[in-house]
Design a protein around this ligand. Sequence first.
Ligand SMILES: [Fe+2]
Length: 336
Amino acid sequence: MPKARVLIVDDDTNLLDSMRRQFATKYDLVTAQGGEEALEIMAASEPFSVLVSDLKMPGMDGVQLLSRAAELFPDTIRILLTGFADLQNAMDAVNRGFIFRFLNKPCPLASLEQALADALRQHGLVDIQRENYSLKRFKRLLEGIVHGFSALVEARDPYLAGHQARVTDLALAIARELGLAPDELEILRIAALLHDIGKVYVPADFLNRPGVLREEEFSVIKMHPEVGYDILKNLGEDWPVATIIRQHHERMDGTGYPLGLAGDDIVPGARIIAVADVVDAMCSHRPYRPSLGIAAALQEIEQGSGLCYERPAVEACLRLFREKGYELPTIAGNVS
Ligand SMILES: [Fe+2]
């Protein structure tokens, strides 16, 4: 691990020599004899974790240096060394936020060492805060992309409008009933929001046409789980979203598509989405039929429980609707 970078500024060269002797092995230590020189060094080199400055120096004094450094290098933690006579100056600097800590001169090396350790801990916290902020921004970006893709496929098929969001809501409710862990819920949420993304490959008139589809048209529609897998497979193994999408039309008894997988060969997320998907699909209007209603949808999964649909997922779904007052959300779609 690289040593923390520390800049110490003082016009007393003897004091700088003593600090170099004391700290050179512990820190990546740089010294400067005045404020102007310190700012030049900071501008020209890698960022410093901590800046320690004497108060009284010819030219730019310590408060001026640290206030300037606070503007130019806000992530560097600042410490002021001051005599008792300058206490008011030092307190003002603390109160104005220029410095993390001030130390009285002459300062025992042990006190300075402790202050440096505290400052480095503070610098670590600033780093963590920055990382958290970046992560939050990245998460918002990812969220926007996922919802954008979800809207993209639904825009081509008015009968799909709101379907993926409603399936997501129900699939998450089922998953919570089943006690899935937060990480699994997050993966399931993304997979459910995008589960029909492969329908971008299906010609729009196949999707919107009333009447029964011809065999070859249906075989094109049946490719959408595989196409969805191809679109998202590069997300990697940490995010098995693509696998869930590939398997959301598989059935527990092996009668599904595209691979005809059965039982435990189907990932749990896909088994849950399969149940939520069929419930929302039966409750939605289709070009070739009106909504069949929630009673028929629940009857369908009940009859298929343990056969084509996973029994615990079905039982959780029935409990939600029949005992817990769950209703499919009304999201810009066609739930009756
Ligand atoms: Fe689908």
